[in-house]
Design a protein. Structure first.
Length: 419
């Protein structure tokens, strides 16, 4: 049973100040979870989580994670600018991009970020555009199909990311010749894994690779970045991952592979987004419309522009009708937004308690890749983001867009004054 982290009473107070829809984040949950991750990897001296900014690019959220000792994983110029504004030091910024424009490498070098190259050709490109740093990481793509013993499967052979193994060996040799002194390896082979086996399996692959790269090129491998991919139970029947078991699984692979190879000083990095923030965000909306045609529809004041995952991937997000948490789920609804797109549905054929117009609806697990994937189709505006602080008070951490924001990019034009 999924329970919201806010009560109806709290929400009734909040909506007096901040109208729906909005995303709200739970500071207490974020902090406790970040501490658990740290504890799970405490066995590794250099462990660091670089939070994937793309998941929740909000400075107030990043500051909470910074306070818990996390760095940031940036993938674009604006994310680097955000890291800079929050005074992250160079080694606290990982730059994991792909199809990277020169200006982004220049910015990453200016901030002294750790650059994680996605492609072999980027060795020359980075050298030409921004110069090579002393420390560099390269992203690995093993190709083929990735599986774990409990059946996780993904398809790196079909993914646009990373170097082949041959390119990595050649790349490390070239980088060494060009004066790079410290090396890292990165890979992201499966997304949203609900399994304690993903990280240990990935770690095994990367640890073996690190030993091979070290033996073949003499590269001094300082860190291995397991990237993102630890999932969350979006469905109430799914079992959450146990981060302590995951940390222990990685430790076991570390002891078995890296330590005997004399590489016991290697630091483990992670670049988690969903695991760090997903469960600690709700999209709060209101039922504003009901419709009875061939199916029963409930229309919300939020739409796919506020949460794209259901429309984009058919992703499940659990729904709670506030005040009716324990009522029987004996009505079948499609819960929709107002976009002129039939995939603008937060739920299809979902069994829920009877929904009345005006009911407050919580859509769970929107803390990562939620607000940040938003867009403006149909001229819809992005919502506010709120923070439920540890003391129970609520803080606005991003205001809702207004029509002025929507029209701001016409500020060069005569139309702007009329809009
Ligand atoms: C390079 C990189 N690192 C980390 C992440 C975070 O992944 P997740 O939110 O699944 O942990 C992503 C997600 O797209 C990514 O592209």
């Amino acid at each position: 049973m999924k329970r919201p982290f806010v009560t109806l009473e709290q929400l009734n107070d909040i909506i007096k100040v901040y109208p729906t829809p909005f995303h709200i984040y739970d500071e207490k949950g974020i902090r406790e979870n970040a501490r658990k991750l740290k504890a799970a990897f405490a066995w590794n001296k250099g462990f660091k989580e670089y939070f994937a900014v793309k998941a929740t690019p909000n400075p107030y959220i990043l500051n909470i994670l910074k306070d818990e000792g996390c760095g940031v994983d940036c993938s674009s110029l604006t994310e680097l600018m955000l890291a800079n504004a929050l005074d992250y030091k160079g080694e606290d910024i990982m730059f994991s991009s792909n199809v990277t424009p020169a200006e982004e490498f220049v910015k990453a070098r200016e901030l002294n970020a750790v650059i994680n190259l996605d492609d072999f050709t980027h060795i020359d490109f980075l050298e030409k555009e921004a110069g090579l740093p002393k420390t560099i990481s390269c992203r690995y793509n093993p190709g083929g199909v990735f599986t774990t013993s409990n059946g996780i499967m993904d398809n790196p052979g079909d993914a646009k990311y990373g170097f082949t193994k041959e390119q990595l060996i050649e790349g490390f040799r070239i980088l060494k010749q060009k004066g790079v002194e410290n090396f890292g390896i990165h890979a992201f082979l499966a997304s949203n894994t609900i399994s304690n086996e993903y990280y240990p399996t990935l770690a095994g692959i990367l640890f073996e690779l690190a030993v091979e790269l070290h033996n073949k090129t003499g590269a001094d491998i300082k860190f291995i970045n397991l990237s993102g991919g630890i999932g969350i139970p979006y469905r109430p029947e799914e079992k959450p991952n146990d981060i302590m078991v995951i940390g222990e699984g990685v430790r076991k692979a570390f002891e078995e592979i890296l330590v005997p190879a004399g590489m016991g000083e290697v630091a483990i990095y992670t670049e988690l987004g969903r695991y760090m923030l997903g469960p600690y965000g709700h999209l709060v909306a209101r039922a504003v419309h009901e419709k009875h045609i061939y199916k029963e529809y409930i229309g919300l004041d939020a739409s796919a522009v506020n949460l794209m995952r259901p429309a984009m991937y058919g992703a499940y997000h659990h729904i709670t009708v506030m005040g009716k948490e324990d009522a029987p789920c004996n009505f079948k609804y499609d819960v929709t937004g107002a976009l002129c797109e039939n995939n603008d549905k937060f739920a299809i054929d979902r069994m829920l308690p009877k929904i009345d117009i005006g009911d407050l609806i919580i859509i769970h697990d929107t803390g990562a890749h939620g607000f940040s994937m938003g867009y403006n189709y149909n001229g819809k505006l992005r919502s506010a983001e709120l923070l439920l602080k540890e003391d129970g008070s609520v803080r606005l951490i991003r205001r809702a867009e207004t029509p002025k924001d929507y029209f701001a990019t016409f500020d060069f034009s005569d139309y702007h004054e009329k809009l």
